[in-house]
Write a protein that binds this ligand. Sequence first.
Ligand code: FNR
Length: 191
Amino acid sequence: SNLTILALSGSLRKDSLNTRLLTAVTRLAPPELTFDVFGDLAAIPLFNEDDEHPAPSAVAQLRHRIRAADGVLIATPEYNAAMPGVLKNALDWLSRPVAEGPVLEHKPVAIIGASQGPLGTIRAQLNLRSVLHKMNADALGQPEFVLPHAHQALADGELPAGSPSPAILTAVVDGLVGLIEHRRALASLGR
Ligand code: FNR
């Protein structure tokens, strides 16, 4: 069956390696997956409890598109051993309002990341994972995908042929689809 994946890059940068990585995923994913790439992270204002009602339009748009998607794929950069503030800021918006049922609650989510350092976003992903855990998102535990030295690996915009990266990314996408199917099976049982 056809599934929609909301794809979110945690970088605002035009030549973002993480946005390139997401593009690479959309190219290698099976045709029954549709990717809705959210490119408007820059339009999400700084979170302020005074501005929650009504939600700013970019926030409402992101919530709506996540609700409409079967799963979410996040590519996070690593800033100072954590996820970038813009991504955390967006997650803070998504965690509210609690009364309406936050959009990431029980939502299947997969995490990937590319960085220029040798650790390839390991620490940013742990940070992102703990926030998603707090929000009761259904984050894929494994396989895990990190891309160190990504400015070299993605220099041509493509993952290097012969590297293990495409196969691992495919396995992450398969894992996300598995989570979605599992979630659907539970929903059909009324759980
Ligand atoms: C970085 N970078 C970085 N890289 C890393 O591997 N570990 C880190 O802790 C940091 N910290 C960090 C802080 C700040 C403020 C910046 C601007 C950068 C480098 C980072 O990996 C590189 O800029 C990536 O290219 C960012 O991802 P995008 O924008 O290309 O997707």
